[in-house]
Design a protein around this ligand. Structure first.
Ligand code: TPP
Ligand code: MG
Length: 554
């Protein structure tokens, strides 16, 4: 028997109530979506449940980015909801991001009535087929009494092994059906321990190596292995690099951190890794970006590859020693069997690489009045933001400055799309801030990317989520212009933009707005934004001719 808020008593649960009951049992307190008539029953059950909040977004793409950012910042499963064909197709960008980023997510989609299937009913899409490539698992629930079983399993699939998105399709009429009390509960996700022999073999290889290197990927972050990794790197004097957009796997301020892989990765780092005699790769899938088009390692490279998923091992490079394990468990076990190595060679190697990183990552400030110099903007963020701030971003050329010059401390965090999705930064900042309300959360986007999801600023205002959105405005799709100039010089097609006054848009939404036209104005603007006590936006006007952090400036 269930009591509703209106005092009605229901025998058993409706399908919608059953869905919400499972969500609450899974520890979900926020879901992000755009409402639709196809899943009204789920929304109505949320009305009755004080443990769960429905955060209504302005577009499903924004909702799915919020859920993805929420998942990354909380370490929990992100949940988003949408209606049938139009809603689900809009939502797909966040699922693609979660797939590439190994982020645990569950998407609940309202589906047409069971009896109307296969007639091309209103907004009908075969979700199981359509999303099967984007998601780790897709399932349509056709009997309400299977909701607990299949929905708990959806959460388990999202969380376990290599995490990822799961799509659950819920036919509208199925959500009306009444089910009796159910007893299912969440699955326990066990941590995969490494094979003992593999650990001692890894220790032996590391002991003998002359020029070893560690590549830290997303598995270090999701398993929470940074402390153990610091100990390993300190004890064995092994330099650490981070995989593409996984900057916060290792504190950038640590003396053993030697830089990042992926777009704009420093040359010295790539050649060191190529020539290193042993690579210890932790929780990385060696993506095209991390490996610079799969050129990072050679056939001769000796590789210990540790990953939670056996299908990641050997997918790109054949490991000398493949190890299936939770990264934290592996590093803990390895730390138990290694002894300190303070050889002169390792120490001088580290010192030289670190000084190269420091030189590479220290911005040279350029004084100019006509536009804001991005080196100075990032330098200012490094100095003004609290150490534990969360930074989110879109893809775009502006990102090259953030990548190169922003330093994530141990308590800091980068939340960004390895999928390179534009429009991600600001909505994911909303999700991250909802997951970590006490932290300062700042998003960086270009003018192109920001405009893709900027309506979500209203979601931030309506929900009183105090993010700071920085929009780097160069009035072009700069990244594509850059490629265009390189491949088809002086033949500009489709990369010019015009822009509204973003400061005015932010204030008309009810937020705080700033407009910065040179670097000197940035410091007071960020200070005011930090104190605004409402969602804030800072528009930064930059020179369209300076296309990246590595471009020469006159
Ligand atoms: C959703 C999406 N659409 C298209 C692209 C391709 N793309 C990558 S960067 C870029 C231009 C980005 O422009 P902007 O946001 O203004 O940043 P800028 O490069 O100018 O700094 C485009 C169109 C993408 N990565 N994601
Ligand atoms: Mg731009």
């Amino acid at each position: 028997m269930l009591e509703t808020k209106k005092g009605e008593s229901i025998m058993g649960y409706t399908g919608g109530q059953c869905v919400v009951d499972v969500l609450v049992k899974e520890g979900i307190s926020k879901v992000f979506g755009v409402p639709g008539e196809s899943y009204l029953n789920v929304m109505d059950a949320i009305y009755d449940n004080d443990n769960i909040e429905y955060v209504s977004a302005r577009q499903e793409g924004g909702a799915s980015f919020m859920a993805e950012g929420y998942a990354k910042a909380s370490g929990e499963v992100g949940v988003c909801m949408a209606t049938r064909g139009p809603g689900a197709t809009n939502l797909s960008i966040g699922l693609h991001t979660a797939h590439q980023d190994s982020t645990p997510m569950v998407a609940l989609i309202g589906q047409v009535e069971r009896d109307f299937r296969d007639r091309e009913a209103f907004q009908e899409v075969d979700f199981v087929g359509f999303f099967s490539h984007l998601c780790k698992w897709t399932v349509e629930i056709n009997k309400a009494d299977r909701i607990p079983e299949l929905l708990h399993r959806a959460f388990h699939v999202a969380r376990s092994g290599r995490p990822g998105p799961v799509l659950v399709s819920l036919p509208e009429d199925m959500l009306d059906d009444i089910v009796s009390d159910q007893t299912y509960k969440p699955y326990y996700v066990s941590k995969v321990a490494p094979d003992e022999k593999a650990v001692s073999e890894a220790a032996a290889l590391l002991k003998d190596a002359k020029r070893p290197v560690i590549i830290a990927g997303g598995g270090v972050i999701s398993s929470g292995a940074t402390d153990e990794l610091m100990k390993l790197s300190e004890d064995l004097k092994i330099p650490v690099a981070t995989a593409f957009r996984r900057f916060s796997a290792f504190p950038n301020t640590h003396e053993n951190y030697i830089g990042y892989l992926g777009l704009g990765a420093p040359e010295y780092l790539q050649s060191y890794i190529k020539e290193s005699d042993l690579v210890l790769a932790l929780g990385t899938r060696f993506s095209q970006m991390t490996t610079n088009d799969y050129e990072l390692l050679t056939n001769e490279s000796r590789l210990i590859h540790v990953d939670i998923s056996e299908s990641t091992l050997g997918k790109v490079y054949t490991p000398t020693l493949p190890i299936v394990a939770d990264v934290k468990k592996f590093v803990c076990e390895l730390n138990k069997v290694t002894t300190k190595n303070e050889s002169e060679e390792r120490i001088s190697n580290l010192t030289s690489l670190r000084s190269k990183y420091e030189e590479f990552s220290t911005p040279k400030l350029i004084e100019r009045e006509d536009y804001a110099d991005m080196n100075s903007v990032i330098d200012c963020l490094n100095k003004e933001l609290p150490k534990d701030a969360i930074i989110t971003s879109d893809a775009g050329n502006f990102f090259s400055w953030l990548t190169r010059y922003f330093k994530y401390d141990k308590s800091g965090r980068y939340v960004g799309p390895t999928s390179g999705a534009m429009g991600y930064g600001m909505p994911s900042a909303i999700g991250a801030k909802m997951a970590q309300p006490d932290k300062v959360v700042v998003s960086l986007s270009g003018d192109g990317g920001y405009m893709m999801t900027m309506q979500e600023f209203e979601t931030a205002v309506r929900n009183d989520v105090h993010i700071i959105a920085i929009v780097i405005n160069n009035n072009i799709y700069g990244t594509i212009r850059n490629h265009q100039e390189r491949k088809f010089p002086d033949r500009i097609v489709g990369t010019n933009l015009s822009n509204p006054n973003y400061q005015e848009i932010a204030t008309s939404f009810g937020g705080h707005g700033e407009r910065v036209s040179n670097a000197k104005e940035f410091l007071p603007a960020i200070k005011r934004a930090l104190e605004a006590k409402k969602p804030a936006l800072i528009e930064v006007l930059t020179d369209p001719d300076v296309l990246s952090a590595s471009a020469k400036q006159s």
